[in-house]
Design a protein around this ligand. Structure first.
Ligand code: GTP
Ligand code: MG
Length: 360
């Protein structure tokens, strides 16, 4: 239920036909697009002054706050309570993981899963593609999915397998997942800019970005490019957070890890992308392999205590450890071994550069 907002961009004070045309030429067609923009984006794309950009965004946000789509600067606890009441939680099909999230993946939030290769990030995303399409009564979001695939790891046959195992209508499930294959960092930035209209046009309730960092990590090589890369990631994260809130949808992102050689105790890995991604994610969950199972640890959350749990990857997507004993594990294993070797080589190179990120 992406809510359509019946206000035209030209209803804003100071937006005449000329400004409207400029905004449209820059890809900003709705008041939501404008409210989710940053001053720098508008200045760069529309060739307007900082002050004009600031005023336009301010007016768009003011109007959305007035209409109750965005939280006001000062709100009563009652209003906040009512807004939170509209929040919906989506099951992951693992009771353990759902409990970690106090009921499931939330709308109005950005949930980040980070972990090493094979830790289950993409498998969780595939499972959510199915569970989110079921009704709210069935612990889904009752809407369609937008899957932004930056690593070319989206597999429709895996979706079909999960749906079939769960006795669901495979064709319907596949039809309602809109996949955006993204091949470079600026393409990702463009898709994120167009997110508002994509969500409205396609009845999207879940947006997945798998992964948020791989393209920027690959393209912005060398220390000299680090601040530019972080600025771009910041703009993406800022927009995702706003979009989740404005449209009352769930946003799930995946992130890679980097080695943290200065760690003396515990696990010497941390999320890639520095503080920018961590600060903008509402929930941050670290995944790691634990024998045949996977461990999920709630690293950062405004309302959850530190906690961890185990889940497994099965034919039906994500499940609980006791389910694993029932399902078989065979053909996928050799593919995984091959991928593991390739990843181990390339991630060592990335890590050297990323150890600089903490300073940004
Ligand atoms: P990267 O994208 O490489 O960083 O890793 P990831 O965290 O996204 O890993 P992904 O979610 O792709 O998990 C891969 C793991 O899922 C493999 O190690 C397998 O253990 C498991 N897996 C994949 N497909 C199946 C399946 O059909 N059945 C079962 N039981 N497990 C599977
Ligand atoms: Mg993956």
């Amino acid at each position: 239920m992406s809510e359509a907002i019946e206000v035209d961009i030209s209803d804003l004070p100071g937006v005449g036909p000329a400004t409207k045309a400029k905004l449209e030429a820059g890809g900003i067609t709705t008041i939501l697009d404008l409210a989710a923009s940053t001053v720098n984006e508008l200045v760069d794309n529309l060739n307007i002054t900082d002050e004009t950009a600031h005023n336009l965004i301010f007016e768009a946000q003011r109007l959305l706050k007035e209409k109750g789509y965005l939280e006001k600067d000062l709100v009563s606890a009652q209003e906040l309570y009512d807004r939170r009441a509209k929040m919906v939680r989506c099951t992951t099909y693992s009771n353990n993981l759902d409990k970690l999230f106090l009921g499931g993946i939330e709308t109005q939030a950005v949930t980040e899963f980070y972990g090493e290769f094979g830790s289950g990030k993409t498998q969780i995303c595939h499972t959510l593609c199915i569970s989110s399409q079921t009704t709210v009564e069935e612990h889904g979001l009752g809407g369609n999915v937008l899957y932004i695939d930056t690593e070319s790891t989206f597999r429709p046959e895996r979706i079909a397998q999960i749906a079939k195992t769960r006795n669901m209508d495979v064709d319907k499930m596949l039809e309602n997942i809109h996949v955006a294959k993204v091949y470079n960092a600026s393409h990702l930035e463009l898709i994120i800019k167009a997110l508002g209209s994509l969500i409205q046009q396609n009845g999207i309730k879940l947006v997945i970005v798998d992964s948020i960092i791989s393209l920027h990590r690959a393209e912005f090589v060398g220390r000299g490019t680090l601040s530019e890369r972080q600025q771009k990631l910041n703009a993406i994260m800022h927009r995702l957070k706003r979009i989740a809130e404005i449209y009352n949808i769930a946003i799930v992102i995946t992130n890679q890890v980097q080695a943290s050689p200065d760690t003396f105790f515990g696990d010497p890995t941390k999320a890639a992308g520095g503080n920018i991604i961590g600060h903008a994610s509402t929930y941050r969950v670290y995944l790691r392999k634990a024998g045949q199972e996977r461990k999920a640890i709630m690293i950062d959350s405004p309302c959850h205590p530190y906690s961890d749990t185990n889940f497994v990857i099965t034919e039906g997507g994500i499940g609980d450890p006791d389910e694993a004993k029932k399902s078989s594990t065979s053909s996928w294993k050799s593919k995984v071994a091959e991928k593991t070797v390739k990843r181990a080589v390339s991630s060592k190179e990335d890590d050297e550069k990323d150890s600089e990120e903490e300073k940004s």
